[in-house]
Structures are given as C-alpha cells and as structure tokens.
Design a protein around this ligand. Structure first.
Ligand code: ASC
Length: 152
C-alpha cells in the first residue's frame, strides 16, 4: 500500500515536471498576445535603424549595434507562437495558411533572421552605404512574409 502510494506520488511529480517542460501557451489568445508583443518590439527597434538609414537620426555605431543585437534576439521569438492551432481568429491578422505552409513560413522566418545577422555584421563594419543596403534586404524580408501570411 505504502509502495503504491509512493508510486502514485512519483507519478504526479513526474507528470507535473513533464507538463511544465512542455507547457507552451496556455491559450491561443496567449500565443496571439505573445507574438504581437514581440512584433511590436521588433517594429520599434527596426524603426530606430530606419531613422539612421534614412538620415532622420544621426549615425551612431554603438546605438546601431544595440538595435541590431536586440533585433537578432527578438527575431528568434515569434515563429512558434504563430503555429498554435486556434490562434487565427479574433484579435489577429495572421493567416491560418501558416499551418498548411509551415515550411514556407519557417523558410521566410529563417531568411529574416539571416538577413538580420548580416545587418549586425554590416553595422560592425561601419559602412553606412552597406548598412543601408542590408537594411533594405531586412525590410524586404519583413514585407515578403507579411504579404504572404498577414491579412492586410
Ligand atoms: C516594420 C513594420 C513592418 C515592416 C515593414 C518592412 O517596422 O511594422 O510591417 O517593418 O515595413 O518593410
């Protein structure tokens, strides 16, 4: 009896740990909020780089390096939250097509991440023309995915 109780308790402990380890988003709405929060932050830092690239703000290498580091970090985050069943209605503009076209979607996500990595390297070179060109590639990747997978 004691043994059975012990076994059951261990079962509960292991199940809770397993549950925690695999817990992702509690609800589809949580996934929507998460990805929108990440996109808001990406948009903000993207905008700060845009201001330098367009000449609206002074070129400041240290500041740019900080923006690209933040963009690199943030760009790794939204994709998983875009693949949560049931998160394509309500307060979202994401198309359900991402589920069926998962590979295409993830390829676009990877293209974006790689172009941001390259932007980060370019910023370290300090060449504003090269930064401008690579920023254009990042912007095209943003837009390409939005055109395909976002209801505008
Ligand atoms: C942003 C934002 C977009 C993209 C896009 C890039 O900051 O809100 O939709 O960048 O304009 O081309």
């Amino acid at each position: 009896m004691r043994c059975l109780l012990k076994g059951a308790l261990w079962g509960i402990v292991l199940l809770s740990i397993g549950g925690l380890a695999f817990a992702k988003f509690a609800t589809p709405e949580d996934a929507i909020r998460y990805r929108q929060a990440v996109m808001t932050i990406i948009g903000e830092h993207f905008g700060r780089v845009a201001a330098v690239v367009t000449g609206e703000a002074a070129n400041n290498e240290k500041m740019l390096a900080r923006q690209t580091l933040l963009l690199r970090t943030m760009a790794a985050l939204p994709w998983e939250a875009c693949l949560v069943p049931g998160s394509y209605s309500g307060k979202t503009t994401l198309k359900k097509a991402v589920l069926k076209e998962r590979d295409q979607f993830m390829n676009k996500a990877q293209d974006l991440e790689q172009s941001i990595d390259k932007l980060d390297e370019t910023v370290k070179s300090g060449d504003l023309n090269a930064i401008r060109a690579q920023f254009g590639n990042v912007a095209r990747n943003c837009k390409d995915c939005h055109n395909t997978f976002r209801n505008l």
